[in-house]
Design a protein around this ligand. Structure first.
Ligand SMILES: NC(=O)C1=CN([C@@H]2O[C@H](COP(=O)(O)OP(=O)(O)OC[C@H]3O[C@@H](n4cnc5c(N)ncnc54)[C@H](O)[C@@H]3O)[C@@H](O)[C@H]2O)C=CC1
Ligand SMILES: O=C(O)[C@@H]1CCC=N1
Length: 258
């Protein structure tokens, strides 16, 4: 059993707390300055606390506060070189946090699917220990990347769930407008995204080959794919990813010289 804590239990920190506690494999302490945030996770962790000394005891400490707070919060933590600090703050470089703590610093970009154990995460910074790997594997899938790629990873897998929710919603409402009940359209659209994603992960075929496999000659899918290929959807998605990447780059200007 790995001992971990999560400092900041808002949207993403709360998802980490719930995801880490889901398997029962780990002991998870939740810390926040907002009692409502702690109430929201109290049934999903080993312990909630407002005592920072308790929250900094575990060997692995996730810091899940906003990017503009993370440097000050980390400076206040009294961590030792035997501990690992995982920062999930968008845009904030590892070096900025290494200058403020004795702990080993790992930069993690998770996503909200951590709650259900289906997170896609990117990791940079120090080498991952077996204990950190065991926590991340219980939350989902992670890839190790160069820190220079963290801004684009933040866009693709950190912000990505919102982009996918948006596309899924468009598919759902197109079905509703043609007569499906909203609850049926939600299930059909969501399960289709889930199944398509699982197919990509499990298949040896390229995504283009998978599109072809759905397109029966003279069938329905070709008719829809022609509309998509004639549209600017692909370019617009590229622009959305680029905007999120650029915003990640803007988030930590104060750390540029560290
Ligand atoms: N929301 C998301 O899907 C993702 C967010 N992130 C990163 O996670 C971090 C948190 O983002 P959200 O969860 O969206 O924000 P949020 O506003 O939902 O949560 C932040 C939490 O930090 C708490 N907090 C504020 N000051 C604190 C302090 N001094 N000590 C302890 N807790 C404190 C707040 O009470 C709040 O519960 C950000 O750095 C963001 O870049 C990363 C990946 C995905
Ligand atoms: O929107 C944000 O800034 C955070 C980082 C990635 C997802 N949510």
């Amino acid at each position: 059993m790995v001992q971990a804590s999560v400092i900041g239990c808002g949207n993403m920190g709360g998802a980490l707390v719930r995801g880490l506690s889901r398997t029962g494999n780990h002991s998870v302490v939740a810390y926040d300055v907002d009692p409502d945030a702690l109430d929201a996770v109290s049934g999903h962790c080993s312990e909630t606390t407002t005592d920072i000394a308790v929250a900094t005891e575990p060997e692995i400490v996730f810091v899940a506060v906003k990017p503009d707070l993370v440097a000050d919060v980390v400076t206040e933590l009294d961590l030792s070189p035997e501990q690992t600090l995982l920062s999930i703050a968008a845009g904030v470089p590892t070096t900025a946090l290494e200058a403020r703590t004795d702990a080993t610093v790992v930069r993690l970009m998770p996503n909200l699917a951590a709650e259900s154990g289906t997170m896609a995460a990117a990791v940079a910074g120090a080498e991952i220990s077996d204990d950190v790997a065991s926590l991340l594997e219980d939350l989902g899938v992670f890839v190790e990347i160069d820190e220079a790629q963290m801004d684009v990873a933040t866009a693709v897998n950190g912000s990505g769930p919102a982009f996918v929710f948006y596309l899924l919603n468009a598919m759902k409402w197109a079905g509703v407008e043609s007569g499906l009940r909203p609850e049926d359209a939600t299930v059909l659209a969501a399960q289709t995204f889930k199944g398509a994603a699982e197919t990509v992960l499990q298949s040896d075929e390229s995504i283009e080959e998978l599109i072809d496999a759905v397109c029966s000659p003279k069938g329905t899918t070709i008719a829809g794919m022609e509309v998509l290929r004639d549209s600017s959807v692909e370019a617009t998605i590229g622009e959305a990813v680029a905007a999120a990447e650029n915003r990640s780059k803007e988030l930590a200007p104060d750390y540029d010289d560290e």
